[in-house]
Design a protein. Structure first.
Length: 255
């Protein structure tokens, strides 16, 4: 999920991609704590498209319009369950109030996507159970950190997504899924961001399904060392990545 671009709002045409695809089927098999983030503007569209039939709670980390304007779309769940959906506002996901809610949910597995770095109690709690899974819009270990599509283009790393267990190091836990995404001439930066989010959510679904079937351990494998540092968001890098795609000088086109 992302806030709309300020300089070019007309480019804000892609959907946000929450990590709830196929979770209804999985939740019937295993108690999973899905870490939702805010209520996106096209929440109703995404809820219907992905056949989401229940939401237990929502965490808000900031109040930008594109993150909160979809809250009315959750009313149907309150009416269906005849109770209110708990809404928790926290400054960061590692806040102690999150931990209280997780303990109340008593999950077998915790899954994340699009959150800040998870540390401390949440990791300890998850590791004592089924683990803490994260979906990442970049290939691991090659592209750890933030703004993975931008850094991948800038550093000529293949575009892709990964799913991994969280550890104390950033994006360094054991892999349970990794997939390269073909990039074609004409693809722009927003196309790549969208594709990496879709594949990241698909990998997460596959991992949670494997957990529910008792096969997740067979998918685990160490990442190994990364040839690159942990990347941080840099607007200049992002702009240069956009220009590289416009010039079609990225080194990993498939056509």
């Amino acid at each position: 999920m992302a806030c709309p671009p300020r300089k070019h709002p007309e480019r804000n045409t892609r959907n946000r991609v929450p990590l709830w695809k196929d979770y209804n089927k999985i939740l019937n098999l295993v108690n999973v704590f899905v870490y939702p983030r805010n209520t996106i503007t096209n929440a109703n569209q995404e809820l219907i498209k992905n056949n989401i039939t229940n939401i237990d709670s929502v965490f808000f980390t900031h109040k930008h319009g594109d993150q909160v304007h979809g809250i009315n779309d959750l009313r149907v769940f309150s009416l269906k369950n005849e109770n209110k959906i708990p809404v928790v506002e926290v400054p960061i996901h590692n806040d102690e109030h999150c931990m209280e809610h997780i303990e109340k949910a008593d999950p077998d597995l915790i899954v994340f996507g699009g959150t800040r770095i998870i540390r401390g109690q949440i990791l300890e709690y998850g590791e004592a159970r089924g683990g803490v899974l994260n979906s990442h819009p970049g290939l691991l270990p090659e592209c750890r950190g933030s703004a993975s599509p931008a850094w991948s283009v800038h550093e000529n790393i293949k575009i892709g997504s990964s799913c991994h267990f969280c550890s104390t190091e950033i994006d360094a836990g054991d892999l349970v899924g990794k997939r390269v995404i073909p990039v074609r001439r004409g693809d722009n930066y927003h196309d790549l961001c969208y594709k990496t989010l879709v594949v990241a959510s698909t990998l997460m679904v596959e991992a949670v399904r494997a957990y529910s079937e008792g096969n997740l351990d067979s998918k685990k494998r160490p990442q190994g060392q990364s040839p690159n540092p942990v990347f941080r968001y840099n607007p200049e890098i992002e702009q240069e990545a956009i220009r590289i795609l416009e010039r079609e000088t990225y080194q990993h086109y498939v056509d």
